[in-house]
Design a protein around this ligand. Structure first.
Ligand code: NAI
Length: 241
């Protein structure tokens, strides 16, 4: 990763932080984009990255940050569209506002990062990695908007992989199962939910963020040179049954 410039959204905590750390260890210049300024600055300092405040739901914000990275570093090699928020409402519980918020961050955010980065990635024959979810591959109770957004990310990944293949820009997603991050902490405090998660995961445990970060770095490396348009489960077997 020496000499590569990597932009990771939602890099302040959880999977994004671990991924940022991993890229940084491998010698990449890492820029974290996040809506949480305090945490973002703290993480960036901790791992030797740069922080830029960014709201992925806002096209202008994402475009500004991506363009400023290219201005500053002269190139962009990898964009990891990872920022996301959760929701636990069924179709009847959910209101329109919640639907729009989840779609704006979890789906529009991925499109914004990809669209803003595409012209620059063509220059470097770089790659896009989206954080989708097992909930983009299967449905579950109480995840209406999240299932819809992540399902969108999965097929968006396939679509854009086709669009950008002629420029040798690869586009893939990772579909994590349950990963021990702030996103699931509250839900996992509920015994019933925890039992559901562990019961449906053949490996019988949640994962550490590093177990996802390793796959991110692999997908960005030359070792993955023939992988594009793939949505790769990192899920302890959740989607295998
Ligand atoms: P997290 O809550 O630790 O990290 C999410 C990050 O995104 C935070 O730093 C947050 O500040 C940032 N963020 C939220 N809204 C934003 C916005 N509008 N603009 C910019 N940044 C924003 O959660 P985690 O688990 O690390 O999530 C990362 C990705 O992984 C998300 O897309 C999530 O949906 C996905 N995922 C997580 C799973 C899990 O079990 N933890 C399972 C499957 C997918």
């Amino acid at each position: 990763m020496e000499g590569k410039v990597v932009f990771i959204t939602g890099g302040s905590t959880g999977i994004g932080k671990s991924t940022a750390e991993k890229f940084s260890e491998k010698g990449a210049e890492v820029v974290i984009g996040d809506i949480n300024k305090e945490k973002g600055q703290e993480t960036a300092e901790e791992i030797g990255a740069e922080f830029k405040e960014c709201d992925v739901a806002d096209w202008e914000s994402v475009k500004f940050v991506v363009d400023s990275i290219v201005e500053e570093y002269g190139r962009l090699d990898v964009v990891v569209n990872n920022a996301g928020i959760g929701s636990t409402s069924t179709i009847e519980e959910m209101d329109k506002e919640e639907w729009e918020k989840i779609i704006a961050v979890d789906l529009d955010g991925v499109m914004h990062g990809t669209k803003a980065a595409a012209p620059h990635l063509k220059e470097t024959e770089g790659c896009v990695i989206n954080t989708a979810s097992i909930y983009g591959l299967v449905g579950d109770v109480g995840a209406t908007a999240y299932n819809a957004a992540k399902g969108g990310v999965v097929n968006f990944t396939r679509s854009v992989a086709n669009d950008l293949a002629e420029h040798n820009v690869r586009v893939n997603s990772i579909c994590p199962g349950f990963i021990d991050t702030p996103l699931i902490q509250e839900a996992m405090d509920d015994e019933d939910f925890k039992n559901h998660v562990l019961g449906e995961t053949p490996l019988g445990r949640v994962a550490e963020p590093e177990e996802v970060a390793e796959v991110m770095v692999f997908l960005a490396s030359d070792k993955a040179s023939y992988i594009t348009g793939a949505n790769i489960p990192v899920d302890g077997g959740w989607t295998s049954h």
